[in-house]
Design a protein around this ligand. Structure first.
Ligand code: ADP
Length: 640
């Protein structure tokens, strides 16, 4: 029978496994047991969904059978099994086991074998110890079994086979021993027993293995006269359960090592990086539950897309009843991974009923508080990791403030971080406020593409020179969220491009007013020559070295316009900011305009056009008429 080929990316990983000199190859057992446990969970879950209740967890064992003579190690489960198609799909390609694994694979290089141990490599790890892998599986509800078999990277076959009940049997034909490597150790009962204890103790199904024990032959310690004599021993075999089956989340924190939590997290949630923080929580009262939560170190590749599904695993007394219970996490904490186990929830509760479940609401509210307080504690005591988390998930929290119309402000405002003009590091709002000058009325912010660009924006210079700190907002959602918050600790937020920065002393204001009066016609003419491009043209004292800037009137800022225009199909329909062209009253360019006015009106109009386009450039907006702009600048350059 012709062999089918593995998908290219699987083949590479497979080759790595086969040739790996990886010292931690023992993890293959953990990976196979974890797959068996997942498959059993699935079967149990499906039975619950169908209202079948005949399954007994204790009978759904995972059995390990070493055969020293044949040099095989067999693992068998009573899980959901696989159909022929599933065998091909799941074991013929690793892309199936999550794009994450695929992504990770691309970051691997063959020398870098240590990476293998950092995340679940799943089924393929079997090839670290086996020269041939045989999988016999019968899917739940099917009456046909199939056998998948492979000797390694040259491909695999799938043929009809036999199996009594549903589930999967995996037979590993161990690699030959060499001078350096002894694969027989994986046939030793003590090695296997220790590996199960080490990696799979918490698995909630019995992991069983025939254990050779020895016992005294009954009566052999006495002779015929009843006197003591050296007893005889006989060996016998009995099947024993190797794992304690206490789920890790039900253990006391002090009894679990950080490494065990991390391993559990990586296995369960397919991340290859350790979590930034692990949270355990056992609550009794209005709702009784155990929760084990993790803050990941990085966003999943699809986190900021529609494909991402938030949620925590939900267990009812140790039985998985939902893979991703979305109602347990608010959107702004959707990055949290983990599980909740509660005895208060009924086993066969449906998704629809869960949504209205009062217990679940109580649990969700209590988890939200817990997550918030852990984040706050992290910000205070573990700044480096908090900033890492913030870089991965901060946008989501800011979005939470906006999307809740400010309702989540109280909860989230002290978790926010922004870059600022102070030292371009991240600062919290409370840190900013603690540095505010006594006379400072507002919390200043500026929006733009990057902190570096904002730092040189003309309209920010004067504030900076006067020693005021400015928050640099660089995410699309920032200004929308800030507008929702309006103030922090009684201090209003104010954009640096706002008309009123609460700064100008009276003298300065009067000067500007006076100059505006004197140049009324000139300003009016500049505005007229720009037509509908601007709502107003004014003189300003906010600029130091630059001749012009653009600001906006009303609630919609230039940055917000940019964001709205970038939405799909919104380029034409998005509302426009009311632009105000501000001219620096003490700049030589304004002086030049005054000299030209009113004799050389045309030149004034041409200069106004150039100044407007320059202001757009400074704002990071596209020049509206590049050809005319270039022509105008060239004509200027060729004047003597
Ligand atoms: P992962 O477990 O990370 O998804 P694996 O390579 O370990 O990746 O397994 C691929 C897929 O094969 C699993 O997602 C599962 O669907 C299926 N599978 C593996 N082992 C079993 C098993 N014992 N019973 C049923 N399905 C299994």
């Amino acid at each position: 029978m012709a062999k089918k080929q593995f998908k290219a990316e699987s083949k590479r990983l497979l080759e790595m496994m086969i040739h790996s000199i990886y010292t931690n190859r023992e993890i293959f057992l953990r990976e196979l047991i974890s797959n068996a446990s997942d498959a059993t969970d699935k079967r149990y879950y499906n039975a619950l969904q169908k209202g079948e209740s005949g399954l007994v967890r204790d009978e759904l064992s995972i059995d390990i059978t070493p055969d020293r003579a044949a040099r095989t190690l067999t693992l068998s489960d009573h899980g959901c099994g696989m159909t022929k198609e599933e065998l091909e799909q799941n074991l013929g390609t690793i892309a199936k086991s999550g794009s994450l694994a695929f992504k990770q694979e691309n970051q691997l290089n063959d020398q870098d074998v240590d990476i293998i141990g950092q995340f679940g490599v799943g089924f393929y790890s079997a090839f670290m110890v086996a020269k041939q892998v045989t999988v016999i599986s019968k899917a739940d509800g099917s009456d046909e079994a199939f056998m998948w078999q492979s000797n390694g990277s040259d491909g695999y076959t799938v043929t009809p086979s036999e199996r009594e009940d549903c589930g999967t049997t995996i037979i590993l034909a161990l690699k030959d021993n060499t001078d350096e490597e002894n694969f027989d150790e994986f046939l030793q009962q003590y090695t296997l027993q220790n590996l199960v204890k080490k990696y799979s103790d918490y698995i909630r199904y019995p992991i069983r293995m025939p254990m050779e024990r020895s016992r005294m032959v009954e009566g052999s310690d006495k002779d015929a006269d009843g006197k003591d004599k050296t007893p005889e021993y006989e060996s016998y075999t009995q099947v024993e359960t190797l794992n304690s089956m206490v789920p890790i989340w039900k253990k006391q924190k002090k009894d679990v090592t950080e490494a065990e939590y991390t391993q559990f997290y990586k296995d369960k949630f397919g991340d290859w990086e350790a979590p930034l923080r692990t949270i355990t929580s056992s609550v009794e009262g209005a709702a009784t539950y155990h929760a084990l939560l993790f803050f990941p170190a990085q966003a999943p590749y699809n986190y900021y897309s529609r494909d991402f599904e938030k949620g925590l695993q939900l267990y009812s007394s140790g039985v998985l009843i939902m893979e991703k219970c979305a109602d347990l996490l608010p959107d702004y904490f959707s990055f949290v991974r983990g599980l909740v186990d509660s005895q208060d929830l009924s086993l066969n509760i449906s998704r629809e009923m869960l949504q209205h479940d009062r217990q679940l609401k109580v649990i969700a509210a209590s988890l939200e508080k817990k997550i918030k307080s852990e984040l706050a504690a992290m910000l205070k005591n573990d700044r480096e990791n908090y900033e890492k988390l913030w870089k991965a998930f901060g946008v989501q929290m800011k979005f939470g403030i906006y999307a809740s119309y400010g309702a989540a402000k109280e909860l989230l405002q002290d978790l926010l971080l922004y870059q600022s003009s102070a030292d371009q590091k991240l600062t919290s709002l409370s840190e900013y406020v603690s540095r505010m000058k006594e006379s400072q009325k507002y919390i200043y912010y500026a929006c733009g593409e990057s902190a570096a660009k904002l730092d040189v924006m003309p309209q920010n210079q004067r504030l900076k020179e006067q020693g005021y700190e400015i928050l640099y907002l660089t995410d699309d959602v920032d200004e929308f969220a800030i507008k929702m918050m309006r103030e922090y600790e009684g201090k209003e937020f104010r954009s640096t491009s706002d008309d009123d920065l609460g700064l100008d002393n009276d003298q300065e204001k009067q000067d500007i007013q006076k100059q505006t009066e004197e140049n009324k016609e000139l300003l009016e003419y500049v505005k007229q020559s720009l037509g509908e491009k601007v709502t107003d043209v004014v003189l300003t004292s906010r600029l130091t070295n630059c001749a012009v800037c653009l600001t906006s009137k009303g609630g919609l800022s230039l940055e917000m316009e940019k964001v709205l225009r970038a939405m799909p199909n919104a380029a034409e329909t998005a509302p426009k900011a009311q632009k105000v062209l501000e001219l620096n009253a003490s700049h030589p360019v304004f002086e030049k305009l005054r000299q030209l006015w009113p004799e050389k009106k045309d030149t004034v109009a041409a200069y106004a056009g150039i100044l407007y386009e320059q202001a757009l450039l400074i704002e990071g907006l596209p020049v509206e008429d590049p050809v005319a702009y270039t022509a105008a600048v060239c004509s200027l350059m060729t004047q003597n």
